[in-house]
Design a protein around this ligand. Structure first.
Ligand code: ZN
Length: 156
């Protein structure tokens, strides 16, 4: 999962780009998930990173919109990053899959595919919802990243 020390500037309006531009800006795996509704491998490297991350905020890797935070993160043991609610609901939208079986989760700003949301599975969370999200399309910014490592410019 990509990480950043500074919270990114928030997009002020919808982000629309051509397929060719997205292909240039995203890695092949990010492109496959975000623009082609792909799914990353469960329990992969990104998920291992996710499990170790402390408090912080998750942004859309394609457009920087704030999507989720560690406050709503929980361990669903499903192999993908899970949240019980978005951090900024207006940046997250859901729509029914064409087969009518699952609710897809997308970034409401750039329309990137993020994952799926499931309800009523019996998790002991305030919403009993599981936003099952591909970590590859998230960018993590740890809380208070800026007041740590004052000498990070001199050391690599
Ligand atoms: Zn986005």
């Amino acid at each position: 999962m990509s990480t950043s020390e500074e919270p990114p500037a928030q997009p002020e309006k919808k982000v629309t780009k051509s397929d060719a531009d997205w292909k240039k800006e995203l890695t092949p795996e990010q492109y496959r998930v975000a623009r082609q509704s792909g799914t990353e491998m469960p329990n992969g490297e990104v998920y291992q990173q996710f499990k170790k991350q402390g408090s912080g905020t998750y942004y859309c890797v394609a457009c920087n919109a704030k999507l989720f935070s560690s406050k709503e993160k929980f361990d669903a043991r499903c192999g993908w990053p899970s949240f019980y609610d978005p951090a900024n609901a207006k940046n997250v939208k859901t729509l029914m899959d064409p087969d009518g079986m699952r609710l897809e989760v997308r970034c409401n700003v750039c329309d990137a595919h993020l994952g799926h949301v499931f309800s009523g599975e019996g998790f002991n969370t305030p919403t009993d919802k599981r936003y099952c999200i591909n970590g590859i399309v998230l960018k993590f910014v740890p809380d208070r990243a800026t007041d740590e490592k004052p000498d990070s410019k001199t050391k690599k």
